[in-house]
Design a binder for this molecule. Structure first.
Ligand SMILES: [Fe+2]
Length: 476
């Protein structure tokens, strides 16, 4: 079933689509490179794989292309005795396999997703492609590539596609690209949204990988919810007015910002039912990515990058790379819920624009001292085009930054713990940094304790890594 022969990309961007220009454009080759050139010294404790997912369309898109549409491609940067190796593979989704049979793209992008291709072209792949292009996680012995509109896609450690994964048939619909794994219990918590009621579903998977709890949750409208948080006791949702336009599906913007719909925090016990969810109204605002959350006494706190009014280019006419970041950038914010008083609120805690919020994942669900973010300081950069890595110390209130340079474009920082370390920040941040002068990517290694000194090592990628989404560290 799965295609393991090498694939070769065919995108020429004949229509000069904005989301296919520069480093948003795909690469065309699948490579296996045993030894990458390294500058500096790779720390001895850094052993394992950085896996990164992102969109990389194989065929010339039909119609308007958005960065969210591209076929998922995985990049594996492995650190070990022999140095650093590199491998990349397309995810052989059912949709991509259908297109490979036709020798061309048959699925339109998200902007025209309701123009379903004829079933004779797609076969068993269905009317909407699940490109599995957003995140990559490991849980209970499975490596899952995630896309919030569909099932997870399982891949092997060698990056071969196994196929869509449904937890022994217990997951019928979609799964967020941002599940939360409790490192203390090994449980995985996630949600999915739906265009049709019930608009929100919540799931718990135990440490063995069994899906053991499902809840259907009522929210007022179908919304594009991207992330959530857990505490040691709760699941916490932020229901924001990124609303799907059901009345005009296929005719106008797919989602709109409707602040009049309000924003609310939903808190429920981890193993609770729909009746156990308590909602707290707060000011309208959207968070795409949270760092973390925790409960202490009767107070829940969580933090993330907050948009006053998000614009990802799928809710309006502006292409993604033409929305100027200063107008729409999210800022670090802290949210709180007082469970006894029944009140909730938020405050911005820095004026630096940024996103791709990460922590040492061993602190997921409990108070974390160090927060890492991708940010930008250069004026006029488009949203998502970062030039800086930032670190917040929640104990001292200090902020440290590393500015990568005017021609540098940094991705998401992934924390790789030092196996011999004891402190929360004993470890390294790994980040794929693109240089627009040389059209190359380096994966840099920052000492998480002191990021402002810049990379302690830098690995030259054998081909550029197109701008992508999320990555994770898989220790050896
Ligand atoms: Fe995300």
């Amino acid at each position: 079933m799965s295609i393991t022969t090498e694939l070769v990309g065919q995108v020429a961007n004949g229509a000069d689509q904005p989301d296919l220009r520069g480093n948003m454009g795909p690469i065309s080759r699948e490579l296996d490179v045993a030894t990458c050139a390294v500058k500096g010294t790779i720390p001895a404790g850094l052993r394992g794989s950085l896996l990164r997912n992102g969109p990389n369309p194989l065929f010339e898109p039909i119609g308007k292309y958005h960065m969210f549409d591209g076929d998922g491609m995985l990049h594996d940067i492995s650190f070990g005795d022999g140095g650093v190796s590199y491998r990349n593979r397309w995810i052989r989704s059912r949709g991509l396999q259908a297109e490979l049979r036709q020798g061309r793209a048959v699925y339109p992008g998200l902007g025209e997703v309701m123009n379903f291709p004829d079933a004779s072209l797609t076969g068993d792949a269905g009317p909407v492609k699940n490109p599995a292009n957003t995140h990559i996680i490991g849980h209970a012995g499975h490596i899952l590539a995630l896309w919030e509109g569909g099932l997870p896609t399982e891949v092997t450690p060698g990056l071969d596609t196994v196929g869509e994964y449904n937890f022994d048939g217990r997951l019928k619909g979609a799964m967020t690209a941002h599940p939360r794994i409790d490192p203390r219990t090994g449980e995985m918590f996630f949600f999915s949204y739906s265009l049709f009621a019930p608009y929100l579903r919540y799931y718990v998977v135990d440490a063995t990988g069994a899906l053991v709890h499902k809840v259907e949750i009522d929210i007022p409208a179908p919304v594009m919810m991207h992330d959530f948080i857990i505490t040691e006791k709760h699941a916490v949702f932020l229901d924001t007015p990124m609303v799907f336009n059901m009345e005009s599906l296929g005719e106008g913007p797919m989602v709109s910002w409707k602040p009049e719909n309000g924003t609310r925090i939903g808190v429920m016990p981890r193993m609770g039912s729909a009746a156990d969810v308590t909602w707290y109204e707060i000011d309208p605002g959207h968070v795409q990515h949270f760092w973390n959350g925790f409960v202490e006494g009767d107070r829940i706190e969580f933090s993330g990058s907050r948009f006053d009014a998000p614009n990802f280019g799928i809710e309006g006419d502006a292409p993604l790379d033409e929305s100027v970041a200063s107008a729409v950038a999210p800022h670090p914010a802290r949210y709180w819920v007082d469970l006894t008083a029944g009140t909730a609120g938020w405050e911005q805690f820095d004026d630096l624009g940024g996103d791709f919020n990460r922590i040492n994942d061993n602190y997921n669900g409990v108070r974390a001292r160090y927060l890492y973010m991708s940010a930008f300081v250069t004026e006029g950069r488009p949203i998502g085009d970062f030039d800086t890595v930032a670190r917040y110390d929640e104990q001292t209130g200090e902020r440290a930054t590393w500015f990568a340079g005017r021609h540098a474009h940094v991705g998401e920082s992934v924390f790789a713990p030092d196996p011999d370390g004891t402190a929360e920040d004993d470890g390294w941040l790994l980040n794929a940094v693109y240089d627009d002068r040389t059209d190359t990517t380096d994966v840099v290694v920052l000492d998480a304790r002191d990021i402002s000194q810049g990379p302690i090592a830098s690995v030259a990628m054998p081909q550029r890594l197109p701008f992508g989404f999320h990555a994770n560290w898989f220790p050896a």
